[in-house]
Ligand binder design. Structure first.
Ligand code: HAM
Length: 427
């Protein structure tokens, strides 16, 4: 039996990979405009990074990591997300020492989570994310959200909803935490085992429980917004004010609790509101993580960012019937008939390519008609046709496939002829 692809992973084949390349190019373009620079970090990291960074009470760390021991006995983990790695790199490379603060970074890369695969949920997926480290200015929170919206809109998405919340600073979170414990404690035995162990360690995570979603205590749980102290409230108001200035529509959802532990102040998600998009509507998630850099051994540094998966982005584009750019055609297909002509075609093809002309030929000894068919399939704009007789005369026949117009051209002029036609098309 043929070996199967692992569950929750996918092959991205030619024909589809162009969609990915298009989106990745757009993401890079937007990052350039907003002045975020690319960072590439390893796909595996010390397991401890995620325990300390993402948080050991989170589902991601407790249940979803691909952790293994290497031959030297070190515990390593395939990265489940990018923020902890970026923070680690920020510390290791002393980026905090650079005069250019905040440090604005972006990444595109594979992430790994052992989750139950379903539509929009994979075990290997690609996140595009940005992180801005070193600033406590609420305008950067708004910038990060605006960048995500800008990317989605520039790709043609319309059915978007930005949901935002504030988790407050340390003091506000502590007050809210105490209120949550008081709220849930008397009836905690009605909740699942996970929630019971979350009560003391991280009661905020109870609000995110899928199993106990319908429990009556969920809808009456104290809202974080009621516990924001003056500073936290002022910060949140500023972020929202900047979003309004930029014309970014948003909804405040006091129940928005992100699945990772490192958030303070701003937390947000962007959802698709397309009908029939599927059960998982979150396209993007992010927020401010003011304790993370310190948690992993660096100086106290505020940070904010988001990540989105390209898989969900493509699904959202498909749900809105957004057009992707057409598949690329080629410039030229070389059709050679006869032994001598075939040998000569090798060099001609090479010369065409050296001149920047996207070219192809037959490698399967096909007949003339089948070669024309192959040229059609590749949507070749021109074919260069010659047999041994033409070679003896030193000419080739160049056909413009769309019009059917045919021209006899001296062999040595063939490359220049097509080059010229190509630059005429462009102008
Ligand atoms: P996250 O909410 O865990 O946040 O993931 C962010 C996004 O990654 C999700 O909104 C979704 O688009 C995508 N995603 C997550 N899991 C899967 C999956 N199994 N299959 C497909 N897509 C998935 C983070 O990862 C944070 N690091 C975001 C962040 C950056 N916060 C601050 N900076």
């Amino acid at each position: 039996m043929a070996i199967q692809i692992p569950r929750g992973t996918q092959d991205i084949l030619p024909g589809t990979v162009e969609k990915w390349q298009y989106i990745e190019a757009k993401a890079k373009e937007i990052c350039e405009i907003y002045n975020y620079k690319e960072i590439r970090t390893p796909i595996f990291e010390s397991t401890e990074l995620f325990f300390r960074g993402v948080g050991d009470t989170t589902d991601v760390v407790q249940k979803e990591m691909y952790t293994f021991e290497d031959r030297g006995g070190r515990s390593l983990t395939l990265r489940p997300e990018g923020t902890a790695s970026v923070a680690r790199s920020y510390v290791n490379n002393k980026m905090f020492g650079s005069p250019n603060q905040p440090t604005k970074l972006f990444y595109i890369g594979q992430m790994f989570r052992y989750e139950r695969p379903q539509a929009g949920r994979f075990r290997q997926f690609v996140q595009f994310g940005i992180e801005a480290l070193g600033s406590n200015d609420p305008s950067i929170d708004a910038e990060v959200i605006a960048l995500a919206v800008d990317l989605y809109q520039s790709l043609g998405l319309k059915n978007l909803k930005v949901v935002i919340n504030s988790l407050g600073d340390q003091e506000s979170r502590q007050a809210h935490r105490d209120a949550l414990i008081n709220h849930f404690q008397p009836r905690i035995n009605e909740f699942c085992g996970d929630c019971q162990s979350r009560l003391e360690k991280n009661p905020l995570r109870i609000l995110d429980c899928k199993k106990d979603r319908e429990h009556e205590l969920m809808s009456t749980a104290p809202s974080i917004l009621a516990y924001l102290n003056g500073d936290s409230k002022a910060y949140f108001d500023k972020v929202i004010g900047y979003l309004e200035v930029m014309g970014v529509n948003y909804e405040i959802d006091p129940n928005l609790v992100r699945g990772l532990d490192y958030y303070f102040h701003t937390a947000f998600e962007i959802m698709s509101t397309s009908e029939g998009f599927g059960a998982i509507t979150t396209l993007c998630g992010g927020g401010r993580y003011n304790g993370l850099v310190q948690e992993i051994g660096g100086p106290e540094t505020p940070g904010i960012g988001f990540a989105l998966s390209i898989e969900r982005l493509i699904s959202a584009m498909e749900a809105e019937n957004v057009e992707f750019p057409k598949e690329d055609s080629i410039d030229c297909f070389v059709i050679a008939l006869g032994e001598k002509a075939k040998d000569t075609a090798v060099k001609l093809l090479f010369d065409l390519r050296k001149a920047g002309i996207v070219s192809e030929k037959d490698y399967q000894d096909k007949k003339l008609k089948a070669q024309f068919k192959a040229a059609d399939r590749l949507q070749a704009k021109y074919t260069v046709v010659f047999g041994d007789d033409e070679l003896d005369k030193g000419v080739v026949s160049i056909k413009e496939m769309e019009t059917g117009e045919q021209q006899e051209v001296p062999f040595e002029n063939a490359v220049a002829y097509i080059s010229e036609k190509k630059s005429e098309e462009r102008s």
